[in-house]
Design a protein around this ligand. Structure first.
Ligand code: SAM
Length: 247
């Protein structure tokens, strides 16, 4: 079966994305580990230590983790703060949020991490409500990225921090070839093994290929009004972390 992602009009992209994550929600965490060889954990840890949330907060410091899925980033941030900050996980997909809610409950973090359904392009939160905004492996799924970036800036307080972790352009010779071959051939096959359906993973691979380069994405973050925009590569650019500030 062909997923036909490339033939889908922009308008129906979101429906397709929703279907993908609805199908994989139960196995999402397992697939992440398999496909990245556990590397997604290392990148997420690096993202959270770069964010450096307060270690003992008394001021009501608050994170918004958009496209937060099962809550990986929010959980790390809350743990790192010694359970003194709070986080809102916002995702468009109730199935992913459901898995996250159960996980947070098991970890005893239900009071500090709340789960809220919403679209990154039109966030259901007032202006200036968060100290930090994170989005990990989420923004490439959003049909209108500039709109999502403007929304990120809107909900941040002045002095707030924007961090985006995303698959990016590999800049190491040879690794780029190996990675290309691996992702295009192995990922949909692994997806089929674990979830019984390779199509959603075909979509994932294609969405990674279409995402703008590090430099171009940094430009988009600047265009949304963020300042001091920088990025760093992880694993030779397989992933990249973009950072910006709202002043
Ligand atoms: N941040 C998590 C992580 O790193 O493990 C989940 C990433 S997962 C690859 C992408 C998530 O983006 C899915 O949970 C999906 O439902 C969500 N998503 C897709 N389109 C969205 C949108 N327009 N607004 C909010 N979330 C969206």
């Amino acid at each position: 079966t062909s997923f036909g992602f490339t033939k889908v009009a922009e308008g129906s992209k979101q429906a397709l994305v929703d279907d993908v994550f609805h199908k994989v929600a139960d196995r999402y965490d397992l697939m992440n580990d398999m496909m990245s060889g556990g590397m997604h954990r290392v990148w997420k840890d690096a993202m959270v230590s770069f964010l450096a949330p307060p270690r003992a907060d008394k001021s009501g410091w608050k994170l918004l983790d958009v496209a937060g899925g099962t809550g990986d980033i929010a959980t790390r941030v809350v743990n790192r703060s010694n359970e003194t900050v709070s986080a809102v996980v916002c995702d468009i997909n109730e199935s992913m949020l459901g898995v996250g809610r159960d996980r947070a409950a098991k970890a005893g973090l239900s009071k500090l991490i709340t789960f809220s359904q919403g679209n990154a392009e039109d966030l259901p939160f007032p202006d200036k409500s968060f100290d930090a905004y994170t989005i990990a492996f989420g923004i490439r799924n959003v049909p209108d990225i500039p709109k999502a970036l403007r929304e990120a800036r809107r909900v941040l307080k002045r002095g707030g921090r924007f961090l985006c972790l995303e698959f990016s352009e590999v800049d190491v010779p040879l690794l780029d070839k190996v990675y290309d071959t691996f992702s295009f051939n192995a990922i949909p096959v692994m997806g089929k093994w674990v979830t019984g359906d390779g199509d959603p993973y075909q979509y994932l691979v294609e969405s990674i290929r279409k995402f703008p380069s590090q430099e171009r994405f940094a430009e988009m973050v600047r265009e949304a009004g963020f300042e001091r925009v920088t990025y760093r590569n992880y694993s030779g650019g397989i992933a990249a972390l973009h950072s910006g500030w709202k002043f």
